[in-house]
Design a binder for this molecule. Structure first.
Ligand code: EPS
Length: 403
């Protein structure tokens, strides 16, 4: 039964996805099963999404090596999905530098690149203990956030499906270190961000972005790292996705699990969740009005502290999910650790790394939100072909209009 329950957090019946691949292995692979037939696939959109994830001020040297592109192996023919499982391959350009040290065959043990002392905050120690490895090389290879590129590839496919329902998913960066934007950022401001030729910190407020950049510079100079917070916004989501009927079918629970599953995310917030805990109910809940015709049934809200979800169900407002990122755990001036072999105190291992990845994590979280919403939409509307899904979707839209 646990297998069944884990699968339910992804989708009740239809949409499933998995990834494989090591950070410095030959390639990443992602599978997406359950997409209806007939969704147009725009290769340049997929690659643009992958590009967006690679950007951001504070990325390390690796991003000069990689230029991610989604090589679709199956499930898409003549530019459309065919209802068969989709497999996507993302080549690791860095593989040529690791072929000998990470060979699939037994290879030459002298060429193996050990991670001699675990980095506090990384999966190194917990993973080595769990899998009974004498050091942490294999742990970091899979725990690495490189894996999130594979999620972005399949997430982009579900974004194309959601677009057919009029739903868009994007993100922006709210804070880096101690520098944060003050106040709400509108959908139009967020929608303008992907148009920029330079991602920088993907912050919609220019002055704050400059302060964020200074935070990254400070971390770079001192051999430290810096975390922050991104917000994913799903625009034009109709009321009725997710349900309170079972704990694992709640949209907020599914979104929280999806975003929390991203590397370095340590907290997830829906709407104004954190501030709400310290505020009176009258200052939190979003008062209801009525003004026909509205986007959906005609009910309106004065604000959106609920982040578009009440009772585990989308309520027709924008869905707003925030992810809080710990600072990267690889530090150029490392913290104290212990040598795996000698158990003597040493400094934690260091190898090339990023200093700040908040904008990239935001893009990966968009993919997780898109995969989750697409799963919920397919649970609700079903359909083996896009035409069938859209017929059911339009019937429901009509029901909302007539409510
Ligand atoms: C990562 C460390 C860095 C990052 C990597 C994640 O890689 P490397 O050790 O090869 O320099 O650049 O992220 C990616 C490669 C990516 O595509 O996001 C880590 O240890 O988590």
């Amino acid at each position: 039964m646990p297998v069944c329950q884990a699968y339910r957090v992804q989708s009740k019946t239809m949409l499933r996805y998995l990834t494989a691949g090591e950070s410095h292995g030959e390639a990443l692979v992602a599978f997406l099963s359950g997409m209806p037939a007939g969704v147009k696939v725009d290769q340049s959109f997929l690659d643009r999404e992958l590009w967006r994830r690679q950007q951001g001020y504070g990325r390390g040297g690796r991003m000069k090596i990689e230029r991610d592109t989604a090589h679709i192996l199956s499930g898409v023919r003549q530019g459309v999905t065919i209802g068969s499982p989709i497999a996507v391959l993302l080549e690791n350009k860095d593989w040529k530098n690791w072929q000998e040290s990470l060979s699939v065959e037994s290879g030459d043990p002298a060429k193996h690149k050990r991670v001699a002392s675990p980095r506090p905050g990384h999966a190194d120690l917990a993973g080595a203990l769990k899998y009974n490895f004498p050091e942490a090389r294999y742990v970091l290879e899979r725990a690495s956030a490189r894996e999130s590129a594979a999620r972005v590839a399949v997430g982009a496919l579900t974004k194309l499906f959601l677009r057919e329902l009029g739903i868009e998913v994007l993100s922006h960066v709210v804070s880096v270190g101690g520098s944060a934007i003050d106040g709400d950022i509108s959908w139009d401001q967020i929608a303008a961000l992907p148009e920029r030729s330079e991602v920088m910190l993907n912050c919609a407020h220019a002055e704050t972005e400059q302060r964020m950049k200074e935070e990254v510079d400070r971390a770079l100079k001192t051999g430290d790292s810096v975390g922050g917070m991104f917000e994913v916004v799903a625009h034009h989501v109709p009321p009725g996705l997710g349900t309170y009927a079972q704990w694992d079918e709640r949209l907020d629970a599914r979104l929280a699990a999806a975003v929390m599953s991203l590397q370095a995310v340590k907290a997830v917030e829906i709407g104004a969740g954190i501030a709400a805990a310290a505020s009176p109910g009258s200052a939190v809940h979003d008062e209801i009005g009525y003004e026909k015709p509205g986007a959906f049934a005609g009910f309106t809200r004065t604000r959106n502290n609920a982040g578009g979800i009440e009772g585990g169900v989308s309520n027709g407002e924008e869905i707003r999910v925030r992810g809080y990122l710990k600072p990267i755990s690889t530090l150029r001036r490392p913290l104290r650790s212990v040598d795996f072999a000698t158990r003597e105190p040493v400094k934690a291992a260091y190898e090339r790394s990023d200093v700040c990845v908040v904008p990239a994590a935001g893009v990966a979280a968009e993919a997780m939100v898109a995969l989750t919403l697409a799963g919920c939409a397919l649970d609700k509307f079903g359909g083996d072909s896009l035409g069938e899904t859209l017929r059911n979707f339009r019937g429901y839209m009509e029901q909302l209009r007539d409510y």
